[in-house]
Design a protein around this ligand. Structure first.
Ligand SMILES: [Zn+2]
Length: 238
């Protein structure tokens, strides 16, 4: 065993830690939570619109009902006058009947409009109820997912802490210059600075070393730091 074998263990722990950090950021529960929050925002925006439309429909209905009451009182007034026998001039009676007819037509139109406004109001109230139900569902789903995310992250954090602890232990005998080179290569080579040499092949770039190079490496003392000519990683001989 050389410090390079320790370095390979450090590399394994660093790679495992990188995978765990990646997993922490790409938890499926996080993606689900984001989808749920997006839908919740859409539902809230729709609720605002539907509530405004509902208030508008209620205003319209009140206005129409007010107008209808007015027309109804005019009809009653006219009828009372017509049947009281006060008016006897045929031309006046004729005029009153014509006015009465117009008022009744107006009343019929307003009654239809009130019914239509009520129907619109009911449809909108149903939509509000549906949206409130969906909002409550999404709220509950969001809460459930936040708990799931926290639990999954806590699991990852425990594994990460174990990896980092094992890394510290593996790194105790690594000389500062080797460690510095390792960190420099890791920053440049996608997190992998040390690789095993297996069957004449670099475990970092996976390319076969020329046979002359493999032969040369065999003659190098075990304590000598050797690197892959192709990817520059530190090669750890068996
Ligand atoms: Zn290589």
């Amino acid at each position: 065993m050389t410090v390079f074998h320790d370095l390979l263990r450090v590399q394994e722990h660093d790679s495992a830690a990188a995978r765990l950090r990646h997993r922490r950021q790409t938890l499926p529960e996080l993606a689900q939570l984001s989808t749920t929050e997006d839908e919740l925002a859409r539902v809230e925006a729709t609720m605002t619109e539907v509530n405004a439309a509902s208030a508008e429909a209620a205003r319209t209905q009140r206005h129409l009902e007010g107008e209808l009451a007015l027309v109804e009182s005019k009809v009653s007034e006219l009828d009372a006058k017509l049947y009281s026998g006060v008016v006897t001039v045929p031309r006046e009676l004729q005029a009153m009947q014509t006015e009465g007819q117009a008022l009744r037509e107006r009343r019929a139109t307003l009654e239809d409009e009130v019914l239509e406004a009520m129907s619109t109001g009911e449809t909108l109230a149903d939509q509000v109820a549906d949206l409130e139900r969906r909002h409550a569902e999404l709220d509950a789903e969001g809460a459930r997912l936040r708990v799931a995310v926290a639990e999954a992250q806590a699991d990852v954090d425990r594994e990460l802490a174990a990896e980092l602890e094992a890394r510290v232990e593996a790194a105790t005998l690594i000389p500062p210059d080797v460690d510095a080179l390792y960190e420099q290569l890791r920053a440049r080579l996608d997190g992998v600075a040390a690789a095993p040499l297996v069957n004449g092949r670099c475990g970092g770039c996976h390319l076969a070393l020329p046979s002359t190079e493999v032969a040369r490496l065999r003659t190098e003392p075990a304590e000598t730091l050797v690197r892959c000519e192709q990817c520059e990683r530190i090669l750890v001989r068996p």
